[in-house]
Design a protein around this ligand. Structure first.
Ligand code: F6P
Length: 558
């Protein structure tokens, strides 16, 4: 791919000129147009996307759509969905969308239909889930498994963690026998806690790692294996190591040979493919913890919702295409209004882990500065993205959003309906009132961020510390209700947004070379720390830090 840098195109230049005109505009003036709300709102797959509080106009959007066409977004979408090698640096497709194709579909990749393999894996997951829910999966001593601990990090943790939390209400009755937990940190913090509380006889570990080389996950896995062996084999419970491996470990990876080498029994290996990126992988075997919590039928609903968004992405005209519009709003903010901070603010406690999930999805995908042909970009790419539950963030960092010096764009996310199915009438009324209160806060905050002082009618001048300048842009995303299907659509919306932005910026959203060198240097540092040798290769700061550890160790030994 050797096209002109995007910032040299006519569309980009026209947007630069247009941005000069728009820079002085305040959102409160733009809202003089009463039709603005509906003009910038679109719906698809159970989601409503309101982009009217973006600091843009019809003319802006039209120029951005020109930019998308000039960058080849329609061709990019087609290439992504058809299995072309869009992951250029690793020369392979990025086919997470294939994981949610219905069984009757077909998709040829290098001459082979990948859909039957996808559904064969789903069927194997279903069998495991059924066995665990039916209390038929027994530990080495014959007791049914009660606790399942997912050992994984990054894409092998954040997606399943986020979705299991978001959809915990969808737990089917038979899933209550199994409790699902997550341990990701390399320091063993979460795992150490589990090992003090769980019974080894009834605990199963799922080792989730696409590469099966990630040190964080493998260190946790080794600790878990030794714990089980010490408690079950060495304690004389009449079980052998092979039984423990077979009854207490499942592996999920794209590397079957590495799983076998580690000791995972072949029947307990769930596979996925190199063409599924780690942070795009919750839709298949990596989603096993999700299926364990919500059941396989709801898991398939999650896939169906994502597939509905894929279909919309493939077919809707650019001007009505939710992922494209969301991406263009981001491009406008970062590249033309110079807004480089982006906050994700769900107004629903079930989406507690959504911001952390998006941090990886967006920043690991698009936190890049080299184009496909190796040039350094001359423009900004992914903004700094962070977030928290909106109502809690109101009591934490909204001060900065309202009165700080940084322009920040916010995504407000909320379900329209909640709690209407609570059985007890009095509790239902209370909870529905709490939901209304939460929506009121969500809408009030985006309005205040937009209008500033103009949001209230208060006569007279106010001192500087009580003034709100407003004009902070935001997006509001409403889910009809939070269900497996709408959550699937929401996640797919952001996945595709990331792809559209990467296409415009000319970068590869599917690799992550920026994290590799750190792993190598950490390995070297660990060797120096352990062997107490090689310090002379270190800089003065690192030397002092390492020496502090050695001193602490010596004091501990005394
Ligand atoms: O180091 C970054 C990364 O490779 C992520 O891209 C990935 O999601 C995570 O580590 C875990 O990788 P794996 O699933 O191979 O253990």
């Amino acid at each position: 791919m050797n096209q002109a840098p995007i910032d040299r195109t006519g569309a980009w230049q026209r947007l630069m000129e247009h941005a000069e005109e728009m820079r002085g505009a305040h959102l409160s003036q733009l809202f003089v147009d009463q039709a603005r709300g509906s003009a910038f709102t679109r719906r698809a797959a159970g989601l409503t996307l309101d982009l009217s509080k973006q600091r843009w106009s019809d003319a802006t959007l039209s120029l951005l759509l020109d930019l998308a066409r000039e960058a080849g977004v329609p061709e990019g979408i087609q290439a992504l969905l058809s299995g072309a090698h869009v992951n250029v640096s690793e020369d392979r497709p990025a086919l997470h969308t294939a994981l949610r194709l219905p069984p009757e579909a077909s998709l040829l990749v290098e001459g082979e239909d990948v859909v039957p393999g996808v559904h064969a894996t789903l069927d194997r997951m279903a069998t495991m889930v059924e066995r665990l829910h039916a209390r038929q999966w027994r530990g080495a001593t014959g007791r049914p498994i009660h606790d399942v601990v997912n050992l994984g990090v990054g894409g092998s943790d954040l997606g399943p963690l986020m979705v299991t939390h978001a959809l915990a209400d969808y737990r089917p009755a038979d899933a209550h026998h199994v409790a699902v937990h997550f341990a990701s940190t390399m320091d063993g913090s979460q795992l150490a806690d589990y090992l003090t509380r769980f019974n080894p006889e009834t605990t199963l570990f799922v080792i989730s790692s696409k590469s099966f080389t990630t040190i964080d996950t493998l260190s946790n896995a080794r600790t878990a294996r030794d714990w089980l062996m010490a408690r079950l084999v060495e304690d004389g419970k009449d079980v052998d190591e092979a039984m423990v491996m077979r009854q207490h470990f499942v592996g999920v990876s794209a590397k079957p040979e590495k799983m076998s080498e580690w000791g995972i029994a072949e029947v307990n290996q769930l596979l996925f493919w190199e063409w599924v990126g780690g942070r795009y992988s919750l839709w298949g075997a990596i989603g096993l913890p999700i299926a364990l919590v919500i059941g396989m039928a709801n898991f398939r609903e999650l896939l169906a919702g994502a597939h509905a968004m894929d279909e919309h992405f493939a077919q809707a005209p650019l001007a009505d295409n939710l992922p494209v519009l969301l991406a263009l709003a981001g491009i406008w903010n970062v590249n033309f209004l110079d807004i480089r901070a982006h906050s994700i603010l769900p107004y629903d406690g079930r989406l507690e882990h959504f911001a952390a999930y998006l941090e990886q999805l967006e920043m690991e995908s698009n936190g890049k500065s080299a184009t496909h042909d190796g040039r350094q970009v001359g423009y900004s790419t992914c903004p700094v993205l962070w977030g928290q539950l909106g109502p809690n963030a109101q009591h934490a960092f909204y001060q900065l959003l309202h009165q700080g010096t940084q322009p920040v764009v916010c995504d407000f996310i909320a379900p329209l309906t909640r709690y209407d199915d609570v059985e007890d009438a009095a509790t239902r009324d209370h909870l529905m009132a709490q939901h209304r209160l939460t929506l009121a806060n969500c809408f009030a905050q985006s309005r205040l961020l937009m209008l500033g002082d103009d949001a209230i009618d208060e006569p007279g001048e106010r001192p500087g510390h009580k003034r709100y300048r407003g004009n902070q842009p935001s997006t509001t995303l409403l889910l009809d209700r939070l269900t497996p299907a709408t959550l699937g659509a929401l996640i797919a919306l952001y996945e595709h947004k990331v792809f559209v932005q990467a296409t415009i910026w000319g970068i590869n959203p599917f690799d992550q070379w920026g994290v590799e060198l750190g792993k190598q240097i950490a390995g070297e540092t660990e060797r120096i720390l352990a062997e107490r040798d090689g310090l002379d290769r270190m800089d003065a700061s690192s030397r002092a830090l390492i020496e502090a550890v050695w001193r602490a160790e010596q004091e501990g030994e005394r």
